[in-house]
Design a protein. Structure first.
Length: 445
């Protein structure tokens, strides 16, 4: 196995509805206020990411409305397949990965869509295969949400069915021999004939392989069942650890799961989710976060109460001055919640003497670890986790894409490159090459 510096950090840029990880960022000075529907903006950010040699774009998705959009930007984008199709025609190297549910998609349609994108992009497409746990999404499809166990059984079948379809058109079937008149060698095109309990599909899928044969599969579900699914199928995993120790354990479990399915553990790469706000100084970066809090006083009030719960206290914005440190009488009673892995970090910041508002500005209740500071501070975090073998790479989420993508590309990536931790250029022709994982075709396990 290569050592960490030889392997290099792999970086994915997560595009959150075009705006960034903070749902008030659409109000920031200079932001593209219509980024949700501005396809040119998606393409522009993809080109910037490609200039920075970022390995892939990633669009997470849930086909339902999941947050309050009266004042927030949507949590999810327009149809990610169509967005990535637009990006594919304007880029040459960066990978294109989208989430599609194994619970509410038919294998044939999805296999066809994704393999077509893979052809269009010359082997840069990837599929984040996830189960759906949102009952609202089920209603959008006129169905009831299956149990967790059933959803994961369906996922194993769905991915197997899709791969069966992908492999039904033989690698060497596409002849295009104008002299002999043979277009396709039909002896190498076979029925998929996948017959599972939940999914059946006949095939074949009449689409030849792309330069990477078929899209690599990613996975983002947690827990024992998610690790099992990833170990069987995934080339990449989008993980959500809040601590380095948690990340180390999850990466170890993923590699062990891959081995249990007879796979090379190096063929599964874990991307830890990571959010950031960049400034020339830490204070400048904090000012960005303070501004976002000021955009949403009602939500800030809720966050203050939640912060109290994280450290075992009960206080609210009406009984405490959030612009001051937590009073010593309360701080002495604070204890981290055993149920929330973010609580130790929250208590540490409270104990450092920061104001309650500044503790929130550090992103202690965000859904990924957050670094608020200079480019060097952000690079230090990535280096620490990576050299500790806590991740193979990172799924990065800027607070706001309008300047966060460019700042990361122009200010953080050069530091990682100088430290020998990030590649200087794309090293292959396909997404599989960039992930450094094996080529696959069809259902071969």
């Amino acid at each position: 196995m290569k050592n960490a510096r030889d392997r290099k950090i792999k970086i994915v840029l997560q595009m959150v509805s075009g705006y960034g990880g903070e749902f008030k960022s659409w109000r920031m000075p200079g932001a593209v206020v219509d980024a949700y529907t501005n396809i040119d903006n998606y393409v522009e950010k993809a080109k910037i990411a490609e200039r920075g040699k970022i390995h892939s774009l990633f669009i997470a998705d849930t086909p339902s409305l999941t947050n309050d959009i009266s004042i927030n930007s949507p949590m999810h984008s327009l149809d990610p397949l169509l967005l990535l199709t637009a990006v594919a025609r304007e880029t040459k190297h960066i990978g294109l990965v989208a989430t599609y549910s194994t619970t509410f998609n038919e294998p044939y349609n999805l296999a066809r869509h994704l393999k077509t994108l893979d052809i269009m992009s010359n082997g840069r497409a990837g599929w984040n295969a996830v189960t759906t746990s949102n009952p609202t999404t089920a209603l959008n499809f006129g169905q009831h949400l299956p149990s967790r166990n059933v959803r994961y059984d369906m996922a194993h079948e769905h991915i197997s069915a899709v791969q069966s379809l992908w492999g039904s058109f033989g690698k060497n079937a596409y002849k295009l021999d104008a002299t002999s008149g043979q277009f396709i060698d039909t002896n190498e095109v076979n029925l998929a004939n996948y017959n599972g309990q939940y999914y059946q599909t006949r095939g074949p899928l009449p689409i030849p392989p792309s330069p990477q044969y078929q899209p690599p599969i990613f996975q983002a579900g947690g827990g024992e069942k998610g690790i099992e699914l990833a170990g069987r199928f995934a080339s990449g995993v989008y993980a959500n650890p809040f601590t380095k120790e948690e990340a180390l354990l999850q990466r170890t479990l993923l590699r062990e799961s891959a081995e249990a399915y007879g796979r090379n553990p190096n063929d599964i790469k874990m991307f830890a989710g990571f959010m950031f706000s960049i400034g020339k100084t830490k204070e400048e970066a904090l000012n960005r976060r303070r501004m976002l809090l000021d955009f949403a006083p009602k939500e800030t009030e809720q966050h203050v109460a939640y912060l109290g719960q994280m450290v075992g206290l009960s206080f609210n914005i009406n009984t405490i001055d959030i612009n001051q440190p937590l009073p010593e009488t309360l701080l002495s009673q604070a204890r981290p919640s055993l149920m929330d892995p973010r609580s130790n970090r929250a208590l540490e910041l409270l104990q450092s003497g920061l104001s309650i508002k500044d503790v929130l500005a550090h992103g202690v209740i965000n859904y990924h670890p957050v670094v608020v500071g200079t480019p060097e501070m952000i690079a230090d975090f990535l280096e620490d986790w990576y050299l500790s073998d806590a991740a193979d790479g990172f799924s990065i989420v800027p607070d706001s894409t309008h300047d966060g993508v460019e700042d990361f590309v122009d200010k953080v990536i050069p530091i990682l490159q100088e430290r020998g931790l990030f590649h200087l250029d794309y090293e292959g022709e396909t997404l599989r090459d960039e992930l450094d994982v094996s080529y696959e075709y069809g259902l071969n396990r």
